[in-house]
Write a protein that binds this ligand. Structure first.
Ligand code: MSP
Length: 510
């Protein structure tokens, strides 16, 4: 069975995860669910980046012990991921002993390669980014991402010899044109490579929080050097008895990350892996950012949308649907309450919810909820079936290439096609004519079969709704290998579909 190992970035444990962070997790979760439906053995890793300088400062400001601070944050973050049905197979907290074991093992390999040396660091450090910057990197003297003046740092540090891997990384990009997706991000990285890779500092002298540097415990490992290693901690690298999991899963098929942290993943991490003699991940998949009502989300100013606020009004599947449908993965998107309500009402309520309700209730009304035998299909049924096949093909291609908004677009085009099919065939009119009884059975059977296909096809994006629809059809939740719905088989005659309440009911204006 083919395997698929997918990771997300591990957020800093400060503040509350907002819908921007959730976008990354939900998109990755949807792709993992898609792979599983395709019968692929998938492994999905998340985590929390707890060794940052920022977190120890925030804990100090709050007058809390740093470990208590991150413990509390870890619970908060994981409960948010649960609330949006992001199901990680494992979750690495970088304060965990197992992560320290993996980091030490990795560090020993890099040290043995002669790739770590002591030197003087002098330059800018942006604490919110946890990144070192040169004068050229700054925009009007400020960090390019945080619009704040970084701190000037002069320290004796240890450095990683990234420059040694200049040719090797260039050759890797050349040989693997899709190593960084999308191409715009790849081109950004090629630009940096062409300018020449510089060694980077991998330790901080002044900190007391973080993983001690194995060869000089008075220093702490620079947070990015340790954080990237989480991707192999999660599959047991260097841990007792963990090599089997590592051999099974590494290299990752994809690291999913936001546009602000590409160079760490597409330059630092691969050169670190080269030094440690480990294979590189197959792809770095970069998404854009989600703004809120036209302006960037910001924890500090409180301009954020919490997943809980959306879930309370619309439910978690509606949030998942909105983010995946409205935000083109590789570009920036926007969370707008008006658009959220519109998508909920139009796409989910009127198109999908109503389709499920009308097909199952007509089966209840005309056939006591029992699927009738199907008669010969006519032209319209063939068209419906062709529309289903087209939706499967398009959705699959789009999922494989991270065009998730187009995958959902293809599925919802099919939802519209089924609604049109019902409007054209007018089962309520057929029901009035006893001579049309068989034709009525054929029409309802085809519509129900189409609903079954939709229920399975939306599972990666909307797992709860998928299960709810299949339940109304009297079927179990979708499982591994169900992508494609096993073909246009139709529900067997005599099968009972119990139906149920309307999905995505109208929300009364507050
Ligand atoms: N701790 C680092 C990642 C280390 S990975 C080894 C970090 N953390 S973060 O909390 O700042 O960001 C976590 C992820 O969320 C990143 O991929 C980042 O791009 C993403 N996002 C943060 N804000 C976002 C939006 N507004 N929209 C979409 N993604 C956002 O970076």
């Amino acid at each position: 069975m083919s395997k698929y190992y997918l990771t997300t970035a591990i957020p800093y444990p400060s503040g509350e995860p907002h819908v921007g962070h959730s976008f990354e997790m939900i998109a990755a979760d949807a792709v993992v669910r898609f792979k599983r439906l395709r019968g692929v053995d998938a492994y999905f890793l998340g985590g929390l980046d707890e060794n940052s300088q920022r977190v120890s400062r925030q804990a100090a400001e709050a007058g809390v012990d740093t470990m208590d601070y991150v413990d509390e944050a870890a619970e908060r973050f994981q409960s948010v991921w649960n609330s949006v049905d992001v199901e990680f197979d494992d979750f690495v907290r970088t304060t965990e002993p197992r992560h320290h074991v993996t980091v030490n093992e990795f560090f020993a390999r890099v040290l043995a390669q002669g790739d770590i040396y002591e030197g003087d660091y002098e330059g800018w450090y942006c604490v919110p980014c946890e990144a070192f910057y040169t004068d050229d990197d700054l925009v009007d003297g400020c960090c390019p991402f945080h619009n704040a003046k970084p701190e000037w740092v002069t320290e004796r540090n240890y450095f990683f010899r990234m420059s040694k891997y200049q040719d090797a990384i260039a050759a890797h990009y050349e040989a693997h044109p899709d190593f960084v997706y999308p191409e715009t991000r790849r081109n950004e990285m090629l630009g940096i490579i062409r300018q020449g890779l510089r060694d980077f500092s991998i330790s901080r002298a002044s900190l007391t929080w973080g993983i001690p540097l194995p060869n000089d415990p008075a220093q702490r490992i620079y947070v990015w050097f340790d954080a990237l290693i989480n991707y192999i901690t999660g599959v047991g690298f260097g841990q007792n008895g963990g090599e089997t999991a590592f051999e099974r899963w590494w290299p990752a098929e994809a690291h999913v990350i936001g546009k602000d942290i590409v160079r760490f993943h597409a330059l630092y991490w691969p050169t670190m892996l080269m030094s440690a003699g480990l294979p590189l991940p197959r792809q770095i998949v970069v998404h854009g950012w989600v703004d809120y009502e036209g302006a960037p989300m910001s924890q500090t100013s409180g301009h954020i949308v919490r997943p809980a606020d959306v879930i309370e009004r619309h439910g978690s599947d509606a949030l998942r649907y909105y983010l995946l449908r409205e935000v083109p993965f590789d570009r920036d998107g926007d969370f707008k309450w008006a658009n959220m309500s519109r998508r909920y009402q139009d796409d989910l309520g009127n198109d999908l919810g109503n389709l499920v309700l009308r097909t199952t209730s007509m089966l209840g009304r005309y056939f006591d909820g029992v699927v009738p035998p199907a008669d010969e299909p006519s032209e319209v049924e063939s068209e419906l079936r062709a529309a289903a096949e087209k939706a499967w093909t398009l959705a699959e291609g789009h999922f494989e290439s991270w065009r998730l908004h187009l995958a959902l677009g293809a599925t919802f085009d099919f939802v519209s096609a089924v609604n049109r099919y019902i409007d054209r065939t007018e089962p309520w009119r057929l029901a009035r004519d006893p001579a049309q009884r068989e034709r009525l059975g054929t029409v309802l059977g085809a519509a129900l079969e189409a609903v079954r296909h939709i229920a399975i096809q939306i599972q990666p994006a909307m797992p709860r709704t998928s299960t709810a629809i299949l339940g109304r059809l009297g079927l179990p939740p979708a499982g591994p290998g169900d992508w494609g719905a096993g073909g246009w088989t139709g529900l067997p005659a005599g099968h009972r579909a119990p139906g149920g309440a309307a999905l995505f009911p109208r929300i009364e204006a507050a």
